[in-house]
Design a protein around this ligand. Structure first.
Ligand code: SF4
Length: 328
């Protein structure tokens, strides 16, 4: 079947993925494979801008690849690889940095935010992050980048860099990527307040055991106004109910909605039901993950093969880029 174009997306090697990653991004990655040539990159170089130690970088990369594959990324269709395995991206980053104005980079809200977050480590790579991101995208002649509405300005900046490059060297070799607006679901963590994240420890790992998952669900914050079992609750302000809407049957969702409001079901039972449904939903994923994890050489092969295929596209683009710049 003819595909509609090439999609690129990258994510930092954050190790084992959680439900928030799954519902927010991975599910979408899997679905896009039906219509697009997909290039999915584990962006380890980007990670260096913020990590203090690289001890876990390799293991985190493997864990993430395992989760992506178990979730349904098909390496025979899509290209799955590690950013640093393709040094051409660093070369392109250097050339793109020559057409990117310093003041524009320092003005970016994301850069200012990082300066606030890590004032002790405002490194050069942090400033050049959007340029490296642009290099990632355009190196693979990407047509489309799936982004949530809040990330759209980043892509607009990438498009600007491409226009500057093409204008400076009077060429059309680099393609301006188009945005594919995607509804990136914000999954709230166990605290019922913040976005699910590993650093806040309010997450549920996809690869957790059923027992661990049940224990984590038990920790979930519910309707804070429901103090006693006999108090009626309000599912509309409860994250357990939000999760039921994703993982439980319509009948169960209706039941929780009705029974919670009249104190017909307690939070303990409500959570037990959610944990059971979550474990049922994740069971096939976990079985696939365990199978892949038992063959570490398979992951190495997938990433090496992905890098080999990515390198072919990258080197072709770089030949055109060097020619356009008229490098001697
Ligand atoms: S019964 Fe369920 S939906 Fe209602 S407050 Fe408790 S956990 Fe939330």
């Amino acid at each position: 079947m003819t595909k509609k174009g090439r999609v690129f997306s990258g994510a930092r090697p954050t190790g084992r993925q959680h439900l928030g990653n799954y519902l927010g991004a991975i599910q979408n990655y899997v679905a896009l494979q039906e219509d697009y040539d997909c290039v999915y990159c584990i962006v380890d170089v980007h990670a260096l801008t913020t990590v203090e130690t690289t001890q876990e970088l390799r293991q985190n990369t493997v864990e993430m690849a395992l989760d992506w594959l178990a979730a349904g990324i098909r390496p025979e269709d899509s290209i799955l690889f590690v950013q640093s395995h393709i040094p051409q991206v660093l070369e392109l980053h250097a050339y793109l940095s020559m057409v990117t104005q310093f003041g524009k980079l320092t003005d970016l809200p994301t850069f200012k935010e990082k300066v606030r977050q890590q004032p002790e480590n405002v490194n050069y790579g942090l400033l050049g992050y959007p340029v490296l991101m642009t290099a990632d995208i355009v190196l693979y002649k990407t047509d489309i980048v799936p982004v949530g509405i809040d990330q759209a300005p980043h892509l607009e900046f990438a498009r600007e860099i491409v226009r500057s490059f093409n204008y400076r060297y009077n060429t059309k070799v680099l393609i301006e990527p188009q945005v594919k607006h995607t509804e990136i679901k914000k999954v709230v963590g166990l605290d019922g307040k913040d976005k699910m994240s590993k650093s806040l420890n309010n997450h549920i790992e996809l690869a957790a055991t059923p027992e661990e998952t049940t224990a984590r669900v038990r920790e979930m914050v519910t309707d804070p106004a429901r103090m006693r079992r006999t108090d009626p609750g309000n599912p509309d302000v409860c994250n357990v109910y939000t999760m039921h809407k994703i993982f439980s049957s319509p009948e169960e969702v209706d039941m929780v909605n009705v029974e919670c409001r009249r104190a017909g079901i307690g939070c303990v039972d409500c959570k037990k039901l959610l944990a059971a449904n979550l474990n049922t939903h994740l069971q096939p994923f976990r079985a696939r993950r365990a199978e892949f994890a038992s063959k570490p050489e398979y992951i190495t092969e997938v990433l090496n093969d992905g890098a080999r295929r990515a390198r072919v596209i990258a080197e072709k683009t770089m030949e055109e880029v060097r020619e356009a710049i008229q490098l001697p």
